[in-house]
Design a protein around this ligand. Structure first.
Ligand SMILES: NC(=O)c1ccc[n+]([C@@H]2O[C@H](COP(=O)([O-])OP(=O)(O)OC[C@H]3O[C@@H](n4cnc5c(N)ncnc54)[C@H](O)[C@@H]3O)[C@@H](O)[C@H]2O)c1
Length: 440
């Protein structure tokens, strides 16, 4: 099948590459010339395990192509996946300008039947807007060409994106158009071999499903974060509590880890957007408002623990930071807790040296050459001249440590662990003060 994918970010590039991997002929469009240049020269603009090799393999096989030419992309695929960004607008609602621009571009150039697929996370009602945008462009040209609009939200996780796309838990297809359903079933048949994972539903339910999924996951995190704060006060251990409640199959062990707040490009913006959708429809989503507020507070939890230990004047102090990405196995720093920590330390007069296996380049892009944030080439070298260590991302390489060496390197042997990586007793036995999240 010939498929166009519009937007070559985390979702678009993974979607396009995985669709090529199973034999489709895929053209990926992005308006960002530098991204397309990188892709054409054999690189990829993001860090995603296994993606580079898969891109190179499919380019070499002649199944995966890249372009900045809108006309070429609109003509190429009989299926057009829209996978552009939907960042939060000032009021928290999803900014749909990139989605509608992509839709207009298709309408402007299409010459035959197209199935237009919203893969971006978009509020309920967006399929109608996409349909209207395409129809308006066709009307301008006096063209009468049939097309269908499908909602097909993406549930992949950065860091495990290829596995998630190739072996999805479910494939949601939102449309009532019989021809489009058949085409979508055909596209996904290669990812659906073990048992049928396709859930066909009406378009509005499909759009809402994506927000409901992310909001539920964010709710579990904020719930555990609040309980961890209480556990700290009560002298209980949240890890024991996690084991105690996770054993109940109605609750389960997944996604019950407290930490220093969720970030990334999805949970924060999707929770905000769903709250906004609620307000626009006279429904106050009180649970989600609390989830969002709890997370905003939780992103400051390491800073709060640091000021509780060292006072609120950190002038002249220097901190080592392990982890910049919002989670392991990605270089994505959108809404990352590390940013709240870094900027909070600066505001209180401190400086920092950070180490992250893949996100330091992204951090340099965000913060430029600000002398208050320097970078180290290993976790241990980040500790040089540091008063204390703060851990923000649970990269595997941080898990096993030589605590005697950490103690020797830090001016004050204190670790603020935002991801509960260590057994508190093991760290404290080495003479290190250890502040984690809800741990005794
Ligand atoms: N990142 C994730 O883990 C994830 C997971 C599931 C769903 N989503 C959703 O998928 C969508 C895309 O997310 P992302 O993280 O891949 O975004 P991204 O910002 O990484 O990529 C979006 C890309 O679209 C390009 N673009 C914008 N307008 C364009 C246009 N008119 N034509 C062609 N290209 C255009 C941008 O240049 C950019 O490269 C969002 O709605 C997001 O919420 C993301």
């Amino acid at each position: 099948m010939k498929i166009s994918v519009i937007g070559t970010g985390y979702v678009g590039l993974v979607t396009g590459t995985c669709l090529a991997e199973v034999g489709n002929d895929v053209l990926c469009l992005d308006l960002d010339q530098s991204k397309i240049d990188t892709l054409k020269s054999g690189g990829i603009p993001i860090h995603e395990p296994g993606l580079l090799e898969m891109v190179q393999r499919n380019v070499a096989a002649g199944r995966l192509h890249f372009t900045t030419c809108i006309k070429e992309s609109a003509a190429f695929g009989n299926v057009q996946f829209i996978a552009v960004g939907t960042p939060p607008d000032e009021d928290g609602s999803a900014d749909l300008q990139y989605v509608t621009a992509a839709a207009r571009n298709i309408g402007c150039h299409m010459t035959e039947y197209k199935v237009i697929v919203d893969k971006s996370t978009v509020p309920v009602g967006t399929a109608d807007k996409v349909r209207a945008a395409v129809a308006a462009e066709l009307a301008k040209r006096g063209a009468d060409i049939p097309f269908a609009v499908v909602s097909n939200p993406e549930f992949l996780k950065e860091g495990a994106a290829i596995e998630d796309f190739m072996r999805p838990d479910r494939i949601v297809i939102g449309t009532e158009d019989v021809r489009a359903i058949a085409l979508m079933r055909d596209i996904y048949s290669q990812f659906n071999r073990n048992h049928d994972r396709i859930v066909v539903m009406d378009v509005r339910s499909a759009e809402l499903t994506k927000y409901a999924a992310n909001s539920m996951l964010a709710t579990r995190i904020s719930f555990m974060n609040e309980l961890a704060i209480l556990a700290d006060k009560l002298g209980a251990d949240i890890e024991q509590v996690r084991l105690g409640i996770g054993a109940d199959p109605r609750i389960g062990f997944h996604f019950l880890y407290p930490g220093c707040g969720y970030g990334g490009s999805c949970f924060p913006k999707d929770v905000q957007a769903l709250i906004r959708t609620g307000l626009e429809n006279d429904v106050t989503l009180k649970v989600l408002q609390a989830v969002e507020a709890a997370n905003e507070a939780q992103k400051r939890v390491l800073l709060d623990k640091i000021t509780a230990r060292f006072g609120s004047d950190l002038q002249g102090m220097h901190f080592a930071i392990w982890g910049l990405a919002f989670k392991p196995d990605t270089d994505d720093m959108r809404a990352a807790s590390s940013r709240v920590l870094i900027e909070g330390l600066w505001a209180l007069g401190a400086t920092a040296t950070a180490y992250d296996p893949v996100a330091m380049q992204e951090s340099r892009r965000i913060y430029g050459a600000d002398a208050r944030l320097t970078y180290a080439d290993s976790p241990m070298s980040a500790l040089k001249a540091a008063d204390a260590l703060a851990i923000v991302t649970e990269w595997k390489e941080f898990r096993v440590q030589d605590f005697a060496a950490i103690k020797a390197a830090l001016k004050t042997p204190v670790i603020f662990d935002g991801r509960n990586l260590y057994a508190p007793s093991q760290v404290r036995e080495q003479g290190i003060e250890y502040y984690a999240i809800g741990r005794r």
